[in-house]
Ligand binder design. Structure first.
Ligand SMILES: [Fe+2]
Length: 133
């Protein structure tokens, strides 16, 4: 199965320069994973594993930066926002475990990430970053 790479959309901009930079980098990391899935003959090949690990690492780094900014601000929904990050991280770790158990998760993972990330940026980050500019 071939997956379409994601296209950055200006509607996703929060206007917080660091976070917009990192969101674009996150899209690039996701596109690397999509390309790895498209190129790999084995759904659970090393190429996909490397790309998945990079994505997990970058998401962790990004959430940490975002939370640091929000902690310094007067943003009122910090706790529930952090909880969304934690749930996403748990789900991604669960995908990684299933992947390591040789399950082909690519379709489910790519669909989940797109839905979660676009929804999270549009409904959470855009609001939160108004307090962080
Ligand atoms: Fe966020």
């Amino acid at each position: 199965m071939k997956y379409q790479e994601w296209q950055w959309n200006h509607l996703l901009e929060t206007h917080q320069p660091t976070i917009d930079f990192e969101h674009k980098a996150l899209f690039t990391t996701i596109n690397d994973l999509i390309r790895a899935c498209n190129m790999s003959e084995e759904p659970n090949g090393l190429l996909v594993e490397v790309a998945l690990d990079e994505l997990l690492k970058y998401a962790k780094h990004h959430f940490s930066d975002e939370e640091t900014l929000m902690e310094k601000s007067t943003y009122p929904d910090l706790a529930s926002h952090k909880e969304q990050h934690r749930k996403f991280t748990d789900l991604m770790n669960n995908f990684k475990t299933r992947f390591m158990n040789n399950e082909d998760i690519s379709n489910e993972l790519i669909t989940f990430m797109q839905k979660w990330l676009v929804d999270h940026i549009m409904n959470r980050d855009k609001v939160a970053m108004k307090y962080c500019i």
